[in-house]
Write a protein that binds this ligand. Structure first.
Ligand code: FES
Length: 280
């Protein structure tokens, strides 16, 4: 059993949980995920690691309540336990493998959308600890949906907040801020975008126009996180990949987002799943 040390609602339907999981905390790297189960019969929920503390032996996860499983999880309190906490899974962020001296030469931009701010945070923190200051754009529909602002502020070189309705920070989509920053004279060698599929699709369109290589994390399309369900199948540069096994990070300019989003939609119904099975 894995004890929950802290559990709180960050904003409507988005929760943070710090869990005692020594083995995962010891080995995990930014970009990886865990599979959580509340009880022996519970559904397997893949969740990206938001933070970890190797000394304390804890891992922090952030999740949005999207179905019955995550809704039930949102009701857990500090002192409760999780039945399974398996990981770390997936490949670590590519940044982790790059020599720090080379990273210091690079100008890095992160773009986070909504709950996607959680997996961006450990990457920015990892870089900051090594003396690399990355710019971060955090976007959400409204002010209430911005999460981890203080935490991000503490580790980002520059933090730009945008809201679609203009209720906080810059007004408009994250793509507008990317364009504005470049027009204001900023240069970026690489962009890492994590958020809703539709956001990543348009970020990639924009960065392709601006000539900025872009990495995306396809966590949002994972269902069981084991390579078995087929939900996260995606075409990248003409090749079939599975986000949970081959990713979750991919070259954003090569991802077929339209196909992945269509699949994601179909996967949500039983009829859709049957149809996908027939097609494969
Ligand atoms: Fe099921 Fe990847 S999430 S195969």
């Amino acid at each position: 059993m894995y004890k929950i040390l802290e559990a709180r609602e960050l904003t409507t339907n988005i929760y943070l949980m710090e869990v005692e999981a020594r083995r995962v905390a010891k080995r995990c790297q930014p970009g990886q995920f865990v599979i959580v189960r509340m009880d022996a019969e519970g559904e397997r929920i893949p969740l990206t690691i938001c933070d970890y503390n190797r000394e304390k032996g804890t891992v922090t996860i952030v999740f949005q309540t999207v179905g019955a499983g995550t809704k039930k999880m949102g009701e857990l309190k500090a002192g409760d336990s999780l039945h399974d906490f398996v990981g770390p899974l997936g490949c670590p962020s590519e940044l982790v493998d790059e020599p720090v001296e080379e990273l210091k030469e690079k100008s890095i931009l992160f773009v986070a959308g909504g709950v996607g701010t959680a997996p961006v945070y450990p990457q920015v923190k990892w870089l900051q600890k090594r003396g690399v200051n990355a710019d971060v754009i955090v976007g959400a529909k409204t002010k209430d949906l911005i999460i981890l602002e203080e935490e991000m502020e503490a580790v980002a070189g520059n933090l730009y907040i945008t809201t679609d309705d203009g209720s906080y920070g810059r007004s408009g989509m994250v793509t507008q801020t990317i364009k504005d920053l470049v027009e204001e004279g900023k240069h970026y060698d690489v962009c890492i975008a994590i958020g809703p599929m539709i956001m990543m699709k348009f970020v990639c369109k924009m960065t392709e126009e601006l000539g900025i290589p872009t990495v995306v994390s396809l966590n949002p399309i994972m269902v069981d996180g084991t390579g078995m369900c087929g939900a996260c199948r995606v075409t990248v540069g003409g090749e079939v990949k599975f986000a949970c096994v081959d990713g979750p990070e991919f070259d954003g300019h090569k991802v077929d987002f339209d196909q992945a989003m269509k699949r994601q939609q179909l996967y949500q119904t039983m009829e859709g799943r049957a149809l996908l099975k027939e097609q494969e």
